[in-house]
Design a protein around this ligand. Structure first.
Ligand code: MG
Length: 338
């Protein structure tokens, strides 16, 4: 890259729809994200349809900083969209991205993010089939925000849902919790914990297991609000108690230490590459064994089960032998985590 190219900035004109917008599409988006559908540059993408049920999701990504150990805003946008499809039991098929750019953003920074998106979408074979860019005046956004949508095809015979959850079902978490949230806090505050985000796409971990006809009832990725939020959503929606053994919750030593120093509980920290899985007690150990065969699921654990009292609550049996109710957060202590 020449000095001139690296110094290039996003101008309001790049969002004008005119010459500079065409240049941005030609220089940044098409070379990286281009595929037969996107290259048509039509007002909307025309997609082949099948008789399968479609699964559709959308998310906005506003993480700060843009780059962090284990990922960046682009990787997060791809993984976040794909994981929401996968935990529903769908094969991700298409993605779309809307880039909200702040005037003055480095052209090179944008290219790095788009390249990161492209690397993953190619690897996963989930093309970006439509995209949009807007540029707002300096100060009206923070460098770049990305809105992403994902379209998937539901695996036949799969129907997961909170309504399927019943007493005695086991609760599994697919790996150590809190790494994404702590990685972002670490970077933002220069704590120096050197914690890496768990940001990852769960397609290869979860879909082969879902196709095995095991009695899996429900899956969710514990992103914002962490494990505590997902467990509370399960308790509230089912009206059943969720019993958790604190000693079984996988937390990496570095995250545990950082949490103790900062007075934060790891179960409130976001994960971006983990799944909470509720399975029938008869199939839970089989599901666990399959999860552990994959690198992303090696540290999977059964952390608790459904049932007991008080109903509609999450109860933690603590390592010291006590019991406490684990609530959802009422405020947002860590904004712009994803
Ligand atoms: Mg989700």
């Amino acid at each position: 890259m020449s000095m001139l190219a690296s110094a290039k900035k996003i101008l309001l004109g790049h969002g004008s729809g005119g010459r500079l917008t065409c240049e941005l599409i030609r220089e940044v988006f098409l070379p990286f994200l281009g595929n037969p559908i996107l290259k048509r540059l039509t007002d909307a993408a025309v997609l082949e349809s099948s008789s399968d049920k479609l699964v559709f999701t959308t998310d906005a990504f506003v993480v700060s900083p843009l780059f962090f150990p284990g990922g960046d805003i682009g990787k997060l946008a791809v993984c976040g969209s794909i994981n929401d499809l996968v935990v529903m039991g769908a094969y991700p098929q298409y993605l779309s991205f809307d880039f909200i750019l702040e005037e003055g953003l480095d052209y090179g920074t944008l290219k790095r993010i788009v390249r990161s998106i492209a690397g993953l979408t190619r690897k996963l074979n989930v093309p970006c089939v439509c995209a949009d860019t807007k540029v707002v005046e300096k100060g009206c956004a923070d460098k770049i925000f990305i809105a992403a949508s994902g379209l998937g095809r539901l695996i036949k015979s799969i129907s997961l849902g909170l309504q399927k959850i019943a007493p005695k079902d086991k609760i599994i978490v697919s790996g150590p919790i809190g790494e994404h949230g702590m990685a972002i806090l670490d970077q933002r505050n220069n704590f120096g914990f050197k914690i890496k985000s768990d940001c990852a796409c769960l397609t290869d971990l979860l879909l082969p297991i879902l196709k095995k006809n095991l009695r899996i009832k429900f899956m969710r990725d514990p992103t914002r609000g962490g494990l505590a939020t997902t467990l509370n959503e399960i308790a509230e929606a089912t009206g059943l108690a969720v019993m958790i053994e604190e000693k079984n919750i996988p937390v990496k030593a570095a995250v545990k230490t950082a949490c103790e120093l900062l007075g934060i509980e790891p179960w409130y920290l976001a994960c971006e590459g983990r799944a909470v899985i509720v399975a029938d007690e008869k199939d839970a150990s089989k599901v666990l064994e399959l999860l552990r065969r994959h690198p992303l699921g090696r540290k999977s654990r059964i952390i608790g089960e459904i049932g007991g009292s008080p109903k509609g609550k999450v109860i933690v049996k603590t390592t010291s032998g006590g019991r406490r109710i684990l609530d959802m957060l009422t405020s947002e202590p860590f904004p712009r985590i994803c």
